[in-house]
Design a protein around this ligand. Structure first.
Ligand SMILES: CC(=O)N[C@@H](CCC[C@H](N)C(=O)O)C(=O)O
Length: 381
């Protein structure tokens, strides 16, 4: 029997969402739970330079390889609107991307292998900072995945509200886009609304920028390949009769190929420079890709994964098209072969990052069972 109540664990985690690199309560919860499953073949590891991360190694009985499994643990600055009895207790924060589900499935798999020592070595990486600040790359750059903590292959899942509960889905090749955060501040000269000629209007500069970035995808990206530029925030000004001195905008660039992402980054730089020249504002632009590289599934591990998932009679599996969501697991998959996959959580009326998102907890057990089944099968190959 697996020593974990999946639904209870998920609800406990759902109550305590924390932002990237601040997941202290979550880290403590995970650690206390894992410590209850201690066995001579289980090692818990913390990283002083990345204190909210947690790694667990399960030593195999006759290892041929080390298999990694990653679950992300951070939440979003969204005020929950689900009305659930176990809703977020942290004002303004929510597990609106399902990382509470990700952690719970990861814990379920780990719990199983603490009780049934595997043949191969397994490492579990409970990763801070997926939504921002690229915790996977940070861990890699700190040298975490070396020596006995080096995975020969790496797996990780993301929940998908649009897929039926418990369905597993993935594909060969690119699964998710690479992304780049855009942060730009235009600074002009504030003034009276009646005297625009004596001011430099940052709202006009911001509006020009919003309009001109719309040409990047429509005019510069190969339409067959696709891409997205979304500006999610625009803050400027105070009242109707004062010309705004500053405008700050935040957004994201997305595409499936790194060369397209870099071309789009350059177009954003060009447009910012053009807006500054045309309006007289000064501009401070930051483009941050961090670890959000395109998520490229490895041919070999993905063929194995899809073979198992297709043949397993208790797994509902589908092949799926790539998505423009981003994931810093893309960075780790550049360093180690592996496979990312979706787990259906059956809430088609709410997208990821929606305040009403309520993943179906009935997906937890099939998620654990599919991955435990796959790992046991993989270790016999
Ligand atoms: C699965 C998911 O929603 N991931 C996030 C990753 C954020 C990347 C970065 N902060 C950016 O916006 O570029 C996503 O928004 O896709």
């Amino acid at each position: 029997m697996t020593p974990i109540d999946l639904k209870q664990v998920r609800r406990d985690l759902h109550r305590i969402p924390e932002l990237a690199l601040h997941e202290t309560q979550t880290h403590q919860y995970l650690k206390q739970l894992v410590m209850q499953w201690q066995q001579p073949w289980v090692t818990i590891r913390e990283i002083p330079e990345l204190p909210t991360a947690l790694l667990v190694r399960v030593a195999g009985t006759d290892p041929q390889r080390t298999i990694g499994y990653r679950a992300d643990i951070d939440a979003l600055p969204i005020t929950e609107a689900t009305g659930l009895p176990f809703a977020s207790e942290h004002a303004g924060l929510m597990h609106a991307c399902g990382h509470d589900m990700h952690m719970t499935v990861g814990l379920g798999i780990l719990a199983y292998f603490t009780q049934h020592q595997p043949k191969d070595n397994l490492i579990f990486f409970f990763q801070p900072a997926e939504e921002a600040d690229y915790g996977g790359k940070r861990a890699y750059d700190l040298g975490v995945f070396t020596d006995e903590w080096r995975p020969d292959e790496f797996y990780g899942l993301h929940d998908h509200p649009g897929l039926p509960t418990g369905q597993i889905a993935t594909r060969q090749g690119t699964l998710f886009a690479g992304t780049t955060e855009i942060h730009v501040t235009f600074t002009g000269k504030g003034g009276h609304a009646a005297y625009p000629h004596e001011a430099v209007d940052a709202v006009v500069a911001g509006a020009m920028f919003v309009n001109q970035v719309q040409t990047i995808v429509s005019r510069n990206v190969d339409p067959v390949r696709g891409g997205v530029v979304t500006l999610g925030a625009f803050h400027a000004g105070t009242v109707s009769n004062v010309i705004a001195e500053t405008a700050h905008l935040d957004g994201t660039i997305r595409a499936f190929r790194q060369q397209d992402i870099e071309m789009m980054q350059q177009r954003v730089r060009d447009i910012v420079a053009g807006v500054a020249l045309a309006t007289g504002v000064t501009a401070d632009l930051q483009l941050i890709q961090g670890g959000y590289m395109p998520v490229e599934n490895d041919d070999t591990t993905t063929a194995l994964f899809m073979t198992y998932m297709t043949q397993a009679t208790d797994v509902d599996f589908s092949e799926i098209a790539p998505a423009m969501t981003g994931e810093d697991f893309g960075f780790l998959l550049q360093k180690f072969p592996g496979t990312m996959f979706w787990l259906g959580v059956g809430d088609p009326t709410h997208a990821l990052h929606n305040a009403g998102l309520s993943p179906d907890e009935a997906a937890l057990q099939p998620g654990v069972d599919a991955m435990v089944g796959y790992l046991n099968w993989r270790m016999m190959q």
